[in-house]
Write a protein that binds this ligand. Structure first.
Ligand SMILES: Nc1ccn([C@@H]2O[C@H](COP(=O)(O)OP(=O)(O)OP(=O)(O)O)[C@@H](O)[C@H]2O)c(=O)n1
Ligand SMILES: C[C@](O)(CO)[C@H](O)COP(=O)(O)O
Length: 236
């Protein structure tokens, strides 16, 4: 099933502590964001990409798209001070009918695969809203000022990933209502949940990491090495 995708790349990358936007950092010599965009560029079901970037980096991203032959980006939308604002700007830039499926994906997640993209698109077509998620591996504690307040029951806890997929009418309404009510969320599905609508999960991958801190870059380089070995066979 065809879809369009909003890819957000307008963050500060403060937890990465790099000298630039973390999605511009190189992985095996190629910017993180290009690794991410290539997946959608090569997916025949992807009808178009809206890329959300900081105004100050608009020309830089345009140059990268040209250099690496990313042709499916149909619009560059303006990033905001929070991810939620960036996503909303991206959604408003989409030219699509209300019943079509749209994905929202973090530019900092370059290890998504087409099978899982198809799975979350299909789930959104059936239910209206879906996200990739994986069971948490650690025990999660609710802590206040260094004191444990509660240990959450791990078997019901899942870590949300992206892409998150929605019928366009559903996610646009969720973002508009969230803005009207000044409801802040760290992911997109939360805004749909806030409306009391069903959101379903699709099994994600532990490889679908969000590059957030420097350790994640080390893991990402290793993932790329493995992908290269798989493609070309193990090095003798
Ligand atoms: N105002 C923002 C904040 C985040 N993002 C994007 O949302 C994704 C997930 O956000 P996160 O990992 O938090 O990125 P940063 O906000 O850049 O990181 P940090 O919180 O460490 O500053 C990233 O691809 C980031 O570029 C965005 O487009 N606009
Ligand atoms: C959307 C997300 O990737 C789901 O886990 C996550 O909430 C993004 O959080 P961030 O602080 O904007 O990276």
């Amino acid at each position: 099933m065809n879809y369009q995708v909003v890819v957000v790349a307008a963050g500060q990358g403060s937890r990465m502590g790099a000298d630039r936007n973390k999605v511009l950092l190189p992985l095996k010599g190629t910017p993180v964001i290009i690794h991410t965009l290539r997946i959608f560029e090569k997916d025949p079901c992807c009808e178009g990409i809206v890329l959300v970037v900081r105004e100050s980096e608009r020309d830089l991203f345009r140059g990268l798209l040209e250099k690496y032959g990313i042709h499916k980006v149909v619009a560059l939308a303006a990033g905001g001070s929070e991810r939620q604002e960036s996503v909303f700007n991206g959604l408003k830039s989409l030219k699509s009918s209300d019943d079509r499926i749209v994905l929202v994906h973090d530019g900092a997640r370059p290890f998504i695969d087409r099978r899982r993209i198809a799975g979350v698109v299909e789930a959104a077509d059936k239910h209206g809203a879906a996200l990739l998620a994986v069971p948490v591996k650690d025990t999660i504690k609710q802590v206040d000022s260094g004191e444990v307040r509660k240990t959450l029951e791990r078997k019901s806890l899942w870590a949300a990933q992206t892409p998150q997929a929605f019928r366009l009418s559903v996610i646009l309404r969720a973002y508009r209502e969230g803005a009207d009510r000044h409801f802040m969320a760290t992911d997109d599905a939360s805004l749909v949940e806030e409306m009391g609508m069903l959101v379903v999960t699709v099994s994600g991958s532990y490889r679908n990491i969000k590059l957030t801190t420097p350790e994640d870059m080390i893991i990402a380089e290793k993932f790329l090495e493995e992908e290269k070995e798989d493609a070309c066979g193990p090095r003798i």
